[in-house]
Design a protein around this ligand. Structure first.
Ligand code: SAM
Length: 268
């Protein structure tokens, strides 16, 4: 029996919706479960694999996972202090001035800002400083929080802070990779580059495609989420099979006006 554990972060492009989608299936894994774009780890927490390698390029994110794995009680204590002090001025003090010395203090700062900033967004300025304004949510402690279970599940995982290619290149026959990069498409040359495309360029998408194709040749199974866009179809047409999945969406912020968008699941 596995615990039901929800991701403890709100994350842009998070895949909670996919974890409960009937179209989504992970194959039987004889080797390791590898997730090189970890974010909030929705698929990892819903799958709870026995042997996992989890990585992301965001070092604050990976340090938070490590701290929750190794000292979740200390993190909880720090987070409760933030909950008690939460206000507009506390938010901006924590965001702009607070530099906790302990790893648990830094993890709690990361969780506090994630839960109270605008839309759970993670964005840094050119100096690498988190610069998202305060949002409307004020729940610092969630009813669903179960850091003890999070810690227990993470005991089985190796956590790394690195670029996806390094992790994919060390995958071996029998391993399974779930890859969920930031969504970018080959853009239309109108000169307007979206924020996502600065973080993850079309060149990165091509690098990912070649890394997954190399892994596939070594006997690694993979599943990739990506944007349902002609350029992504074209990128994977000769190396993998492509399935379109429906996703319920909220249209222009209006919670009553629901529609459906489509995304891709690409697998070998
Ligand atoms: C769409 S999110 C993953 C969401 C995740 N599946 C979830 O359910 O929350 C993409 C992640 O890729 C990470 N990322 C961006 N560029 C990367 C790179 N070059 N190598 C590794 N991770 C990267 C971001 O920090 C972000 O956490």
């Amino acid at each position: 029996m596995t615990d039901i554990v929800l991701p403890f972060l709100k994350w842009a492009g998070g895949k909670r919706w996919l974890a409960s989608n009937s179209e989504f299936k992970i194959p039987q894994i004889s080797g390791r479960y590898i997730e090189p774009f970890l974010g909030s780890g929705s698929i990892f927490f819903s799958t709870q694999p026995k042997d996992a390698v989890l990585s992301d390029v965001n070092s604050e994110l990976i340090d938070t996972y490590l701290s929750l794995r190794d000292e979740h009680e200390k993190v909880s204590r720090h987070l409760k202090l933030h909950a008690r002090s939460h206000s507009k001025s506390h938010y901006y003090y924590v965001r702009d001035e607070m530099k906790p010395r302990s790893t648990a203090g830094r993890a709690a700062r990361f969780l506090y800002l994630n839960r109270t900033c605008w839309n759970g967004l993670y964005r840094v300025n050119l100096k690498g400083k988190f610069n998202v304004p305060k949002g409307t949510k004020s729940n610092v402690i969630m009813e669903t929080d179960d850091f003890e279970a999070v810690s227990r599940i993470l005991q089985k995982a190796r956590l790394l802070c690195c670029d996806f290619e390094a992790v994919i290149d060390q995958a071996q026959s029998g391993d399974f990779i779930y890859a969920d990069p930031p969504y970018t498409v080959h853009h239309n040359m109108n000169g307007f580059i979206k924020y996502n495309e600065i973080l993850f360029s079309w060149e990165d998408q091509k690098r990912l495609r070649f890394a997954l194709a190399r892994a596939s040749e070594r006997g690694v199974k993979f599943l990739l989420s990506n944007a349902d866009h002609a350029s992504v179809h074209e990128l994977y047409s000769d190396v993998a099979s492509i399935k379109i999945v429906n996703r319920a969406s909220v249209i222009s912020g209006d919670r009553d006006a629901r529609g459906t968008t489509t995304e891709l699941l690409v697998s070998n």
